[in-house]
Design a protein around this ligand. Structure first.
Ligand SMILES: Nc1ncnc2c1ncn2[C@@H]1O[C@H](COP(=O)(O)OP(=O)(O)OP(=O)(O)O)[C@@H](O)[C@H]1O
Ligand SMILES: [Mg+2]
Length: 277
């Protein structure tokens, strides 16, 4: 455990990693792997030669100071960066043993397998039911849509709160409910991986805590990769933590307890104890 006391503030920062023992051994397989990944926006490099393997059915946290490339890295995994014209990706991102940047990969199909939840809850201006059913309709789902909507809302821990108002607008929900609706929308097409970019930073502590509990449950079934600025959150909910530092360098990646209690790199210790960033 690292303890840092700064002269002027006398703030002691101590982050206790939760062991998440229930998801400990046996070792998980790899869900997503980046190999020699470099990402540029024009001439600016945002990700610098990152290689890492992300275990399946675990929570992996990406942390680091603003601008270090966390969102860029996350968006590489389901090719959301394709939408940014000046963005150029070199290297591989493997999912299901295939390079997602290889030939014959359909980004739309890929995003069904690798769903995403954003910082600001962004339900569609549609009913709760239609929000969740949206992805199913696009994929021409021929099963029981209502049953899948119910299952997804239950999976997102929202069902009990909305089951009597499925036809009202998703926009009428509270911020925390909207974020769980977005999670329900992401899990409805039965993905394998859920990417979350600061999913609780726009929420109050109670709503954030509900999402944290939910993430823990989601990891039973899905691989969760979450960007967070909240060190305590990373320590509480993740099994593995990747620390990016300025310039898009992956500085250290290890079990969460190791990162928070005994990191190898001084720069990581300085970052997580609040010396910079
Ligand atoms: N659409 C874009 N066009 C040009 N440059 C971009 C774009 N998106 C990100 N960048 C640049 O790439 C670098 C990494 O940005 P990114 O958003 O991935 O960082 P981040 O770690 O997610 O930061 P934050 O914690 O503030 O969200 C930054 O220098 C940023 O300015
Ligand atoms: Mg970001």
């Amino acid at each position: 455990m690292s303890n840092t006391t700064t002269d002027d503030s006398l703030i002691t920062t101590e982050v206790q990693a939760d062991s998440n023992d229930d998801r400990a051994a046996p070792a998980a397989g790899t869900a997503v792997a980046a190999r020699d990944l470099n990402v540029f926006y024009g001439d600016e490099q945002a990700i610098d030669d990152v290689t890492m393997e992300i275990p399946e059915k675990r929570v992996t946290a990406l942390i680091g100071p603003s601008g270090c490339g966390k969102s860029t890295f996350l968006r590489c995994i389901n090719r959301m960066n394709d939408m940014i014209e000046i963005c150029r990706v070199e290297g591989d991102v493997e999912f299901g043993g295939k390079n997602v940047y290889g030939p014959n990969v359909d980004p739309v199909a890929l995003r069904r397998k690798i769903g995403m939840v954003f910082q600001k809850p962004n339900p569609f201006p549609k009913s709760i039911r239609d929000n969740v059913a949206y992805g199913l309709k696009i994929q021409g789902y021929d099963g029981d849509v209502d049953a899948r909507v119910e299952e997804s809302l239950k999976g997102a821990a929202l069902w009990d709160e909305v089951k009597d108002q499925l036809d009202s607008s998703g926009l009428e929900l509270s911020g925390g409910q909207q974020q769980r609706l977005c999670i329900a929308r992401a899990i409805a097409p039965d993905p394998e991986v859920i990417l979350m970019d600061e999913p609780t930073s726009a929420l109050d502590p109670v709503a954030a805590s509900k999402i944290e509990d939910l993430i823990d449950d989601l990891a039973e079934e899905y691989t969760v990769i979450i960007v967070t600025h909240n060190m305590q959150q990373a320590a509480r909910i993740s099994d593995r933590t990747a620390v990016f530092l300025t310039g898009g360098e992956l500085v250290e990646y290890d079990d969460t307890a190791k990162i928070f209690e005994d990191p190898e790199e001084q720069r990581v210790e300085d970052y997580i104890t609040g010396k910079f960033g």
